[in-house]
Design a protein around this ligand. Structure first.
Ligand code: NAP
Length: 287
């Protein structure tokens, strides 16, 4: 039976220690503030931003939401980002995805100033991550790395197989795992014989968005499983990418869905807002 990695409990612990850091900043007259931009009214995004606002409230971070109409023009979105870049009371800027298709999300991300890039999506953050410099690491990969640390799962020399190569999860995870000296393989929709890769993996991190895609016959005994996926099964139940019930019997460690990576992602956003605030007030920052 696997050890269940309790992302919910770990996220709670992290939020408590961030609250202490936030209180310290407030003693110096600094209240960290996160600005969240949402374009349109995607139902899942509404749930995500509500959870982010709750976490801010718990940690003591000020939270301000900007809800833009789904017909918003690209220039108006960029103008808002530029205003928030200039606003000294705002320490972090988050553009909630997805945004309507007529808008270019990469152009919008690029407009966010590096020092407020708490999602770690700007080319500056991504580039610094690739060359191993201190930067904002995108929240889900950072949450996964914190889980490894908390559970003393050493990636040194391990074969890590990442399923999915999205800009927000799979790609930054490659860099994060490389920094921990793992040997990294990335699989995607064009990968041939995917099972051959997963079968030899010491660690599998799945971020593809397909319910119960990773089955017990695809993994070896003792594997560590991190399930990033958030999906609905045929009964509308929230499930990950992994067939938890059967894979758990072979794994040494496994994350549940819900209660695994999801809460860690939000805790890492809080971490990045506090980090951004400190860097903005640090006169000697080389960040
Ligand atoms: P995405 O942008 O849709 O990327 C999915 C990736 O999976 C792509 O690289 C795609 O390959 C690959 N893929 C799709 N079907 C595949 C298959 N049959 N075999 C192998 N690879 C396949 O998704 P995302 O934004 O990274 O999110 C992935 C999942 O994680 C979703 O369920 C999402 O809801 C969840 N998520 C959770 C959190 C959290 O906090 N827990 C955060 C972010 C995302 P190609 O590149 O070839 O198309």
């Amino acid at each position: 039976m696997a050890v269940i990695i309790d992302g919910k409990a770990l996220a709670k612990k992290i939020r408590s220690s961030l609250k202490v850091e936030c209180d310290e900043l407030k003693k110096d007259g600094i209240t960290p503030k996160l600005a969240v931009i949402m374009v349109g009214d995607d139902p899942a995004s509404k749930v995500y931003v509500r959870n982010k606002s709750r976490a801010c409230n718990e940690v003591g971070i000020e939270y301000q939401e900007y809800l833009l109409d789904e017909n918003t023009k690209q220039e108006d979105l960029i103008d808002l980002i530029k205003r928030l870049n200039e606003d000294k009371t705002v320490n972090g800027i988050l553009l909630q995805s997805p945004i309507p298709e007529h808008l270019d999300i990469n152009r919008a991300f690029k407009a966010i100033t590096y020092l407020k890039d708490v999602d770690g999506f700007t080319p500056s953050s991504v580039g610094k991550l690739c060359i191993g410099e201190d930067t904002f690491v995108s929240c889900t990969p950072l949450g996964v790395i914190k889980m490894f640390e908390e559970y003393n799962i050493d990636l040194n020399g391990k074969d890590v197989v990442i399923l999915g190569r999205s800009n927000i999860v799979g790609r930054p995870l490659i860099q994060c795992c490389l920094q921990q000296n793992a040997t990294v393989t990335v699989c995607h929709s064009k990968t041939k014989n995917l099972k051959e890769h997963t079968k030899r993996a010491d660690v599998i991190i799945s971020a593809i968005g397909r319910p119960k895609f990773v089955t017990a016959d695809m993994v070896k005994d003792g594997v560590v499983i991190i399930d990033v996926g958030i999906n609905r099964d045929e009964n509308g139940k929230l499930v990950g990418d992994v067939d938890f019930e059967n894979v758990e019997k072979k794994a040494s460690y496994i994350t549940p869905v819900p209660g695994g990576v999801g809460p860690m992602t939000i805790a890492m956003l809080m971490h990045n807002v506090i980090k951004a605030t400190k860097e903005q007030y640090n006169e000697n920052s080389t960040f």
